[in-house]
Design a binder for this molecule. Structure first.
Ligand code: G3P
Ligand code: CA
Length: 331
């Protein structure tokens, strides 16, 4: 990092810490705390399924977090993985996939929905990570449109959607290109008349730039992770060409990109970073927080929301902090 920027970054950090001390007792969220159910309620129900989203609504969330892929026939569907994940996918005969399945982009919607994603393979390490997840056999990969329809049918009019474009600059064969990918998501959002209730998030900031160009009314959420294994902030392929060395902080990069929301890896922030980002006008909504003590700490730092696999745990943390809870929606 050039020395001037290093000084700027450390100076920004110092000012932010002072700001924390000065304003610790006065900072209050500008709007209701955003309880985001990660992939619905991954800790409790099969991820990114209608059963999972209905369960999250039943518990009471303000936002459904979900991931999107595009089928061969151009339909946005809800899946974390661009290829079918063997830890949670059985074929039409009920057998677990022996390894990574086909790319979703290679399957028609009809072919895709022949698979069952309603149960974790008990032999998989993934199942051990979510021992409380119940099974709901017969769940197929849902379309984005069907998630909107579910929320409408249940009358959950207060619930928003945080839609992640799962697109990968270094694996361009895995998905359609940025423009058709984003445009098909936007078409589904518009068709459901959900523009006002959607944010679009991505580690791939190219897709967020496309959203800003095509549908500026939609808030964009900049996902970041800055670990040794994967650092999207320092790779210009992920940041739509932005060079981290020319900005004082990651939050400044989000701000300069036109983002409304910064969604950092929760383990990579501190109180000063939260305060500084909010002072730039950003909302801060970290992912993915499942531990009660972590939730308490982040709420204390003044984050605007939290993305969690366990909406029930976050509701309890919000209650401890005296925050208003989103209503629960009966099935
Ligand atoms: O919302 C952010 C979070 O979902 C990003 O991580 O891998 O669970 O999509 P991932
Ligand atoms: Ca996600």
């Amino acid at each position: 990092m050039p020395k001037a920027i290093a000084l700027l970054r450390s100076g920004a950090m110092r000012s932010a810490r002072l700001l924390v001390i000065a304003t610790a007792l006065t900072v209050a969220p500008a709007s209701a705390f955003d309880l985001q159910g990660h992939r619905g309620a991954r800790g409790l129900m099969p991820e990114n399924t209608l059963a999972g989203f209905a369960h999250a609504l039943r518990l009471g969330v303000s936002t459904l977090e979900l991931d999107v892929a595009i089928t061969a026939d151009g339909v946005p569907v809800v899946s974390h993985d661009p290829a079918l994940n063997p830890a949670l996918t059985r074929d039409a005969t009920g057998r677990w996939l022996p390894g990574p399945g086909p790319l979703i982009r290679s399957l028609s919607l009809q072919q895709l929905q022949a698979y069952d994603v309603g149960r974790l393979d008990p032999a998989s390490p993934y199942a051990r990570a979510f021992p409380a997840q119940q099974a709901r056999d017969g769940q197929s990969v849902p379309t984005l449109a069907s998630v909107f329809a579910l929320v409408r049918r249940l009358g959950a009019d207060h619930v928003n959607f945080n839609i992640e474009t799962k697109i990968f600059p270094h694996r361009s064969d895995d998905t359609p290109d940025v423009a058709p990918f984003v445009d098909s998501v936007l078409a589904a959002v518009r068709a459901a008349d959900m523009v006002q209730r959607v944010s679009i998030q991505s580690f791939d900031w190219r897709s967020l730039r496309r959203v800003q160009q095509r549908e500026p009314a939609i808030a964009t959420a900049y996902l970041t992770t800055e670990s040794a294994g994967f650092n999207n902030v320092r790779d210009r392929a992920w940041t739509a060409g932005m060079d981290w060395q020319t900005h004082p902080s990651t939050a400044h990069m989000v701000r300069a990109s036109g983002g409304a929301i910064w969604s950092p890896n929760a383990r990579q922030i501190d109180a000063a970073a939260v305060t500084a980002a909010r002072a730039l006008g950003l909302k801060v909504i970290p992912w993915t927080v499942n531990d009660a003590a972590d939730m308490d700490r982040l709420i204390g730092w003044g984050v605007d929301g939290i993305i969690t696999d366990y909406p029930d745990r976050l509701r309890a943390a919000m209650q401890r902090a005296g925050l208003a809870l989103p209503p629960s929606i009966p099935p």
